[in-house]
Design a protein around this ligand. Structure first.
Ligand SMILES: [Fe+2]
Length: 371
């Protein structure tokens, strides 16, 4: 019998207009809200508009910070925390994609530490990772406008460290208390962002399902996510998603997010050089490898339920499906030498991922998957 922990923290309201319909709930969290979101450029930030209306309707004072940076640097999170501290809110609201939501988590951690070095605060004590305690200092509400990262249900916040030129998850666990899943918020997203989000969520489900640290409870969550994916996968590819599909994408991302508390596996590590050096969206960079990753399993009995839960008849059909997104959304040149270097670096730097893989695996197999 195995021993494990399991955490599921965030409550959710799901459906069109759920922010307005449940605006009265905001009052439970206090009288002052600090809202953190990104600049949506040419797109309208419907989620922010709904949230502002809801706050006004409840007489809640609020301040909006709307310049969150993609892959948020630590320095930017500190600047926002300083602004939030001055406003002294009772609760925080994150509106947007993973960057806005993760920034809100980072701000929550930094609030009680004015003037201190944020690098020291975020990455001093690695043991915090193993705790189930949420170190958010204020209640945290979220309205995601992408479906993929699962930030609204995971403990993790990924920030960019300029000192070592990489992205890293902060050591504190911070959970969102209440999330609003309105499918209208994601339906205007650019096509490649929708693809990247869906493949990111799917990658979370697959990689946690086969992970040696998975449990019956996390695998059950991943299975729900895969079955939700099966419902919308064909319309995602055909660019014919319905409002119900968008809602299912948010729900899939939520369950996949709970599932991947046991950690992601090889493809997430293999995706980093594609994102970092070639600018490929994170979800696409991880999604690209999924079929070849599964094909590399000697024991295919672990892989079969994944393929069938995702709605494919066999691994070839799954591989062909994934190749469609590569053809549509990924444009880059890559030499064999680069791939071989990445494989060698992977073996050196991602040892923790290799230990999560249930079979022995070495440079030859990793190079094959990369190729
Ligand atoms: Fe991911």
């Amino acid at each position: 019998m195995t021993e494990f922990s399991f955490v599921s923290h965030s409550s959710v309201y799901v459906g069109c207009g759920c922010v307005a319909k449940n605006a009265g709930q905001l009052k439970h969290y206090g009288n002052k809200a600090y809202v953190i979101t990104s600049d949506f450029g040419e797109y309208h930030n419907w989620a922010l508009a709904d949230m502002e209306e809801a706050l006004k309707s409840q007489g809640i004072a609020y301040r909006v910070y709307d310049r969150v940076i993609e892959n948020p640097p630590v320095e930017s999170v500190r600047e926002i925390a300083d602004d939030a501290r001055e406003f002294a809110p009772d609760f925080l609201i994150g509106v947007g994609g993973g960057s806005a939501l993760d920034t809100a988590k980072g701000v929550s951690v930094l609030l009680p530490h004015p003037g201190e070095d944020p690098y020291q605060i975020f990455w001093k004590d690695k043991t915090r990772h193993t705790s189930l305690y949420s170190e958010g200092t204020l209640p945290l509400i979220m309205a995601p406008t992408t479906a993929g990262t699962g930030s609204e249900v995971t403990a993790a916040a990924v920030l960019t460290r300029k000192d070592i030129d990489t992205k890293l998850t902060i050591y504190q666990n911070v959970f969102c208390d209440l999330a609003f899943f309105d499918p209208r918020y994601i339906q205007d997203s650019p096509r490649e962002l929708l693809h990247a989000g869906a493949l990111d969520a799917l990658s979370h489900a697959i990689e946690s399902y086969v992970n040696v640290k998975s449990s019956d409870m996390t695998r059950a969550m991943s299975e729900i996510g895969m079955k939700m994916f099966a419902k919308f996968k064909d319309r995602l590819l055909a660019d014919e998603l319905t409002l119900e599909d968008y809602q299912n994408m948010l729900i899939a991302s939520y369950f996949d997010g709970i599932g991947f508390q046991c950690g992601t596996s090889l493809p997430h590590g293999m995706g980093y050089p594609l994102s970092h050096h070639k600018g490929v969206y994170h979800g696409l960079a991880c999604g690209i490898y999924q079929a070849e990753y599964l094909r590399a399993f000697r024991d295919q009995s672990l892989v079969e339920p994944i393929i069938s839960n995702c709605g494919f008849k066999d691994i070839d059909e799954f591989a062909a499906y994934i190749r469609n997104f590569v053809a549509m959304d990924v444009e880059m040149t890559l030499t064999e030498e680069e791939v071989r270097n990445w494989a060698e670096l992977f073996m050196e730097q991602e040892k923790h991922r290799i230990t999560r893989h249930p079979e022995p695996i070495g440079l030859v197999e990793i190079t094959d998957i990369f190729m």
